[in-house]
Design a binder for this molecule. Structure first.
Ligand code: GLN
Length: 483
């Protein structure tokens, strides 16, 4: 039963082949048995899950239907869950029980989804390896000596290991797409404003966006349907109608114009990944797509711009964790300054402290113009490149990451080495565009992802292309040994 996708679960529940309660018990037992190897969960919510599953079964018995009614999922541990620990992977919030549900959590619960638990993540979503979590690193089910990607590494490892069919995640610079690539999943970062950020603990507010991680595009469509929509509680949420994503999966790719940026195939890209990307292009050509080389000339400036803007916003967002209002407080503070200093010094890990320092520096008088303003100008140039490209093509295709998942600890001594791995994902966040990563093959037994980008609010186009690709390839069906 643990092999079932969300779409198959919905059919099985509708056909009364099993109940949500039965399925939930099977998955909870599987998590108890296998998760100690992976460390993909920070908290399990067994009681809530069983109660939600029973209530979904009653709703179905009363004639209700819906693809998420009775479907087991988990939430990345930065979505606030009322009365349940919401740690953000940090000692700072280890004792924090959210007083309300995030909009995403509330919407999915209303649709009948069953929450099995809260998944592990890099501390405050800062990282690309899930090694900065206060709760310890997460292992990649494809090779337990390798990282699963980050920051949504717990959601990715759990779904890849078939502990559950899908999970929520967030993407500030790649944290949905990069772990999807590293664990052979399909992950979608929606257009900025498509999914409400209310109750999603902020890292860099102008870049953060929630989205689905699942094994197939078909399942991403189902989960995104439950997450997307206007939310008056989030001032950056956009009041655009939400299309029926599942209904849009079967469009023909005849004549689809795919742009492949020449800058993507530079020296930093593993040639074996380049070959797999070219293979995926050929596959899409067979389905009727036409391919064209394009250029994104400002791409080279994106990493430095991102690593000014994201820390700048983080330094502001994280100032609320002061040891006074909520979260960790140091023992026996001497005075108020000591309370602030030690609560933050002891509550935040090294990567978070590094980002706060960088961000505060970039925003300080005298440096603001040189760093922050300059980075914002680059952000506009990156967006302009995409706007020009989308005048010529319908989607942009390339690798999700320059290398496959690295070994645990391999980049710990050099944070910049990890930052460079974000080169293909962060531009979509800077521009606010939707992006999807899907399985495209393996290198040394480790999964490789191909990334698709589309114009604003064209999530449906990304899901359509990915679904058609998955109907004609079987990379996404491969299962890691031992799971
Ligand atoms: N690796 C990037 C960072 O550390 C992106 C993380 C994310 O998307 N949350 O900022």
């Amino acid at each position: 039963m643990h092999q079932l996708t969300l779409a198959e679960i919905a059919r099985g529940l509708a056909d009364k082949k099993f109940s949500s309660e039965e399925l939930t018990k099977v998955l909870l037992a599987r998590i108890a048995q296998l998760d100690p190897q992976l460390n993909s969960f920070i908290s399990l919510t067994e009681d809530l899950a069983l109660q939600q599953a029973k209530s979904a079964d009653v709703r179905r018995a009363n004639g209700e239907s819906g693809a998420l009614l009775g479907a087991p999922i988990a939430h990345k541990d930065l979505f606030c869950t009322q009365g349940i620990r919401t740690s953000c992977g940090s000692k700072m919030l280890d004792n924090f029980k959210a007083p309300y549900d995030a909009t995403v959590v509330a919407k999915l619960a209303a649709a009948g989804a069953v929450t099995l638990g809260k998944t592990n993540m890099d501390e405050f979503a800062m990282g690309s390896a899930n090694e900065s979590s206060y709760y310890g690193a997460v292992k990649n089910p494809w090779n337990l000596e390798h990282v699963p990607g980050g920051s949504s590494g717990g959601s990715a490892a759990a779904v890849a290991a078939r502990l559950l069919p899908a999970a929520t995640a967030t993407d500030t610079g790649g944290s949905i797409r990069q772990p999807a690539a590293f664990t052979n999943l399909t992950g979608l970062k929606p257009t900025y404003g498509r999914v409400s950020r209310w109750g999603m603990i902020a890292y860099a507010s102008s870049l953060d966006q929630g989205g689905p991680l699942a094994r197939t595009a078909e399942d991403c469509a189902i989960l995104l349907q439950g997450m997307a929509g206007f939310d008056p509680k989030d001032s950056t949420s956009i009041d655009e109608p939400v299309p029926d994503y599942s209904a849009g999966l079967n469009g023909s790719l005849q004549g689809l114009r795919i742009g492949v940026p020449k800058e993507y195939f530079s020296a930093g890209l593993d040639p074996r990944i380049a070959e797999l990307i070219h293979n995926s292009v050929k596959e899409l050509e067979k389905l009727g797509a036409v391919v064209k080389e394009i250029s994104l000339p400002n791409m080279q400036h994106a990493i430095p711009a991102y690593y000014v803007i994201a820390p700048a916003e983080a330094s502001s967002n994280l100032s609320r964790f002061d040891g006074v209002r909520f979260g960790y407080r140091c023992e026996n503070p001497k005075d108020l300054t000591d309370l602030y200093k030690r609560s933050r010094g002891e509550g935040f890990g090294p990567e978070v402290q590094r980002r706060i320092m960088v961000g505060a520096y970039a925003l300080s008088a005298g440096y603001y113009d040189a760093y922050y303003l300059k980075a914002q100008k680059i952000r506009r140039l990156v967006k302009n490149d995409f706007m020009a490209a989308f005048n010529e093509v319908d989607i942009i295709l390339g690798p999700t990451t320059p290398n496959p998942a690295w070994k645990l600890g391999a980049k710990n001594s050099d944070p910049v080495a990890a930052y460079l791995e974000d080169v293909y994902t962060i531009t979509a966040n800077l521009a606010g565009l939707p992006g999807l990563s899907m399985p495209a093959g393996f290198v040394d037994g480790l999964p490789v992802g191909v990334q698709l980008l589309a114009p604003y609010f064209q999530e449906g186009r990304l899901l359509n292309v990915a679904h058609q690709y998955q109907l004609n390839t079987d990379w996404h069906t491969r299962t890691p040994t031992g799971f």
